[in-house]
Ligand binder design. Structure first.
Ligand SMILES: C[S@@+](CC[C@H](N)C(=O)[O-])C[C@H]1O[C@@H](n2cnc3c(N)ncnc32)[C@H](O)[C@@H]1O
Length: 291
């Protein structure tokens, strides 16, 4: 197999390509062929999702504000892989350097929660809503936003929030979480994640009225299937399909995580009880611009 120098030693998480191909598979199922699509990958990081998208889409613009640690690696990977239909852009998505109605598909995978630390002077929710509004303006009239973010009420977040690395902050009102964070770390709490209902509200405020929610099994960083949140039967069946799924050994281990079977039993149980909206790990939302 060809060795890509810039990818030597990367974990499956850092590489992100397998994640990207699972997303592509889902997007093709939901949206049809992607080969005519112009895509914007916001917060592309090291570029794994971009690389997967580029293999199926017409053109990808990959954007990140971290040139030193991330976008420079992404650029090198693209060069070494000979990918020519990607335009990497260094920029902050609080101010997009693009004209309106340019993209068929926009990706925000694990990025929305970080927007609050891009501008420490304003309320994180207001920043997130503003970025979502700008994203909507960048979409063509039949364009789609793919958004993935953690669920505020995933029970393990009670013990430690995945971004702030603090207990209970996701379960507290935002102001109390901020005070709690100040007391423990001398820093504010700004990495807002949402419940199913909170996410619906902020998307609605950003004028995304047509939204479909999905459960990435078992989370959006290592999805092996992305299933409609309303479809309990499919969710239960998808849990069983993990065993026969085709992934690399490293990806399989990452999906299982530390808790393995317990985790799968949890996802089976919440799907069976119809509690995925409340208790799943994270959400994928497809938001259409048109009403
Ligand atoms: C958790 S990583 C996700 C990377 C990639 N989307 C993936 O799923 O593999 C979040 C990325 O968002 C980028 N990011 C955060 N805030 C940003 C902003 N305001 N503008 C552009 N990029 C941003 C970070 O630099 C980082 O690369």
């Amino acid at each position: 197999m060809e060795v890509i120098e810039s990818e030597r030693g990367m974990s499956v998480d850092q590489s992100g390509i397998e994640r990207g191909f699972q997303m592509v598979r889902f997007l093709e199922k939901e949206l049809g062929d992607l080969d005519t699509k112009t895509v914007l990958d916001i917060g592309c990081g090291l570029g794994g999702i971009t690389i997967a998208l580029a293999s199926r889409c017409k053109f990808v613009v990959s954007m990140d504000y971290d040139i030193a640690k991330r976008l420079s690696v992404c650029k090198r990977r693209l060069r070494e892989r000979g990918v020519t239909n990607v335009f990497p852009v260094c920029g902050n998505c609080l101010q997009f350097p693009f004209s309106h109605e340019r993209f068929d598909l926009i990706i925000l995978n694990g990025v929305m929660e970080w927007l609050g630390i891009s501008d420490m002077t304003r309320n994180p929710r207001a920043i997130q809503q503003e970025v979502l509004q700008s994203v909507r303006a960048l979409l063509k009239s039949d364009g789609v936003l793919y958004l993935a973010i953690e669920n505020r009420y995933y029970p393990a977040n009670f013990i430690v929030d995945p971004h702030a690395k603090l207990p209970i902050v996701d379960y507290l009102p935002r102001k109390c979480a901020d005070i709690f964070s100040y007391l423990i770390t001398s820093k504010p709490y700004r990495t807002y994640i949402y419940s199913f209902w909170g996410l619906s509200r902020i998307l609605s405020k950003a004028s995304f009225r047509k939204r479909s929610f999905y459960v990435p099994l078992t989370n959006y960083m290592f999805p092996y299937e992305i299933v409609n949140i309303e479809d309990r039967k499919q969710l239960v069946q998808a849990i069983y399909r993990f065993r026969s799924g085709r992934f690399s050994a490293e990806y399989r281990t990452a999906i299982k995580g530390r808790t393995g079977r317990v985790k799968f039993f949890y996802f089976y149980l919440i799907a069976w009880l119809g509690l995925s909206k409340l208790l799943t790990h994270s959400f994928v939302v497809l938001c259409r611009k048109s009403h």
